[in-house]
Design a binder for this molecule. Sequence first.
Ligand code: ZN
Length: 366
Amino acid sequence: MAIAYLTFMKHFILISLITSFLTMTGITHGVAQDNTTDSPTKQAVEGSISVLIYHRFGDDRYPSTNVRMDQFETQIKWLKENGFSFPTLKQVVDAHKRGETLPGKNILITADDGYQSIADNGWPMLKAAGIPLTLFVATSPIDAGSSNYMSWDTIRHLDAEGVTIGHHGASHMHMADASAKDIDADLQQANQRFLDELGYVPNVFAWPYGEYNPDHYAILKENGLDAAFGQYSASLGPASDLMSMPRFAINERYGNMDRFTIISNSKAMPVGNVRPSTPVVVEGENPPRFTFTSPQANQLTNMSCFPSHMEGAADIQFGPDGQIEVMLSEAFPPGRSRVNCTAPAGNGRWYWFGRPFFNFKGFQKD
Ligand SMILES: [Zn+2]
């Protein structure tokens, strides 16, 4: 156990140091409740859900958004051999809306943007393995007809084969600091294109770049989107915000089996009352005070938290009544950052709680 822990921490420190754009936060019983749930986490439930996000499959021109097919095959084989269940998007979202988790260890595989390699390489392997896929489509790149993207014909074909189609907006815009008017226009355009091409509008959203903002949840809901995913690592749990649920990013660098087994086995950390409630860093409050509570704080004394913009682990202070503060001693730089907190959960598994932080001041957007 000690050796496994050291190996993990070495690995984890390494990735914490490297990271700057793809998220890798972890578990969430405790994560992201933002402005929906404010009560402490419900009774701990047996069962875990890890949502994975892929982009390209077997397209090594883009290693930061690709998974090699030998890696993907190893991942799928390992999941099939280790007792995982594969619910659909609807089953995951419906359970979460009811405030429940699913029994056993669950994996939901999602792929964003609609790249052609999903249809050529990713989906055929999942289909053969009997594993559902959710595809989040941004409509404008599909309409533009680039050969890197699927056509609407291909998307209709996948839809007919049982792939769940999700909503990723029209132009893949940076939404967190955009105006309500611009976001609304983008969503309405996508709604129309989905209706024209598929005959329906998907009701689950994925925020482009994972950049969510609780201020904009209402615009999503007005456009028929009643659940949404971000892109930061954490296991989906009762405290996860329905409008910014976590997903673990998988790519060539973060596709190795050490990390893959940890995130697939991860459990939602029992936390609540997470502050700040928004990932958007406010000028004059950088670094923010990052606090949460846990009814089981005494089980989290071995927790480690790694801010992506700091060297090594942050100090953690445990206060009365299950209060926990992660001491952020350095301001967040421009762009996307995150904090990953992990703690041993028994049987070689890990609680993994994470939060993204977006500092838009001076952020050169890609
Ligand atoms: Zn995307």
